[in-house]
Design a protein around this ligand. Structure first.
Ligand code: CO
Length: 134
């Protein structure tokens, strides 16, 4: 089912500080910030030769990453995203195996304009997993 690692997302309390650190300390190329209001995050993308890193900062009052940052005030790895060829087939197989899909179980359009789903972290070793159809 799993294909390439698409990205690792890191929640950060201050996107500007994190961007500066990745740029100046690590020498990475970091995109301009993109506000994704419907997901409650501002994101920057860091392209690496073999994958991407996304830095997420809460946007608005009810950001889904606010609670995570309350528990992890200095930030932390929030989720990892694997590519799948057929997201509905993947979902049906996972649900049949008892994995909980977050939300209503229907794929949403993610930060890259492709259908995504999130799997319950309690069903996967405490790791929030995003699946993206590529
Ligand atoms: Co993601």
């Amino acid at each position: 089912m799993l294909d390439r690692l698409n990205h690792i997302a890191i929640a950060v309390p201050d996107l500007q500080t994190a961007t500066r650190q990745y740029t100046e300390t690590l020498g990475a190329t970091v995109s301009e910030p993109i506000e994704i209001a419907e997901q409650g995050v501002t994101v920057v993308f860091i392209e690496l030769p073999n994958t991407k890193i996304e830095l997420l900062e809460p946007l608005g009052e009810n950001s889904p990453i606010s609670g995570f940052l309350e528990k992890n005030p200095s930030g932390g790895i929030h989720h990892i995203c694997y590519e799948v060829a057929d997201i509905l087939k993947a979902r049906d197989k996972l649900q049949a195996d008892g994995v909980r899909i977050l939300g209503d179980g229907e794929p949403k359009i993610g930060a890259h304009g492709k259908p995504v789903l999130f799997l319950h972290p309690k069903d996967f070793q405490g790791t929030l997993i995003e699946l993206e159809e590529v």
